[in-house]
Write a protein that binds this ligand. Structure first.
Ligand code: AMP
Length: 215
């Protein structure tokens, strides 16, 4: 079955970790616009150079640009065959409406983690620069700071600074909360408690998704 799922949640709520677990469970590709943009930055393309300016300050790229990125990604065979687990898109009402104009969506889930908890998580977050595996100061890789999965270098994200974190959380309240509401109005939203061990949160997510799809 091709699952079409949107994962909402504040920065640091665990969307990346949970998307990876859900991708394994449901076999749908994890589509993270943040990861795609970071790849473009790493490749040093002209698009990547422009994207970096927005990203480093914690600002959102324009809706038309992001809709172009998603439309291109959705044309690829893995999404065509197996659906998607969208992480970091849509981020605005314009993006949500654009998305629903190009595809139907089975369900959106909102991973609820309070602001004070994500602030703490973001400042201690460390990420593999090569494969994206997420660590923290409290849970480093076995050999600091080399990734357990791929041997890549584990670093702090350029936008996990105090100023950028605060700008991103503000954008979330201002732009993304209204986008979440669009899925609520359509009866396609489940809110999940995102606190606790990743495997417990994942079990909660799977239970809510399966229950919704069985309706
Ligand atoms: P993320 O890893 O999802 O937190 O994304 C990192 C940064 O990439 C964001 O702070 C934005 O600058 C940019 N970005 C990612 N996804 C989007 C999107 N859907 N719309 C606009 N900007 C985005």
């Amino acid at each position: 079955m091709a699952l079409k799922l949107v994962l909402f949640g504040r920065q640091g709520a665990g969307k990346g970790t949970q998307s990876a677990l859900l991708a394994k469970h449901y076999g749908a590709p994890h589509v993270s616009t943040g990861d795609m943009l970071r790849e473009a930055v790493a490749e040093g393309t002209e698009f990547g150079r422009q994207a970096k300016q927005y990203m480093d300050s914690g600002a959102l790229l324009p809706d038309e640009v992001m809709l172009g990125v998603i439309t291109e990604r959705f044309a690829q065979p893995d999404v065509q065959a197996n659906g998607f687990l969208l992480d970091g898109f849509p981020r605005t009402v314009g993006q949500a409406e654009g998305l629903l104009g190009i595809t139907d969506v089975d369900l959106a889930v909102n991973l609820e983690v309070p602001r004070d908890v994500v602030l703490e998580r973001l400042s201690s977050r460390r990420v593999c620069a090569n494969c994206g595996t997420i660590y923290s100061l409290a849970e480093p890789p076995t050999h600091p700071w080399t990734c357990d999965v791929c041997g890549g270098e584990v670093v702090q994200r350029a936008d996990d600074t105090a100023e950028a974190i605060s700008a991103r959380l503000e954008a979330y309240e201002r732009d993304t909360v209204p986008a979440i509401a669009i899925f609520g109005q359509r009866g396609k939203l489940e809110t999940i408690d995102g606190l606790g061990r990743p495997e417990d949160v994942s079990a909660r997510l799977v239970a809510a998704i399966d229950a919704h799809l069985a309706r």
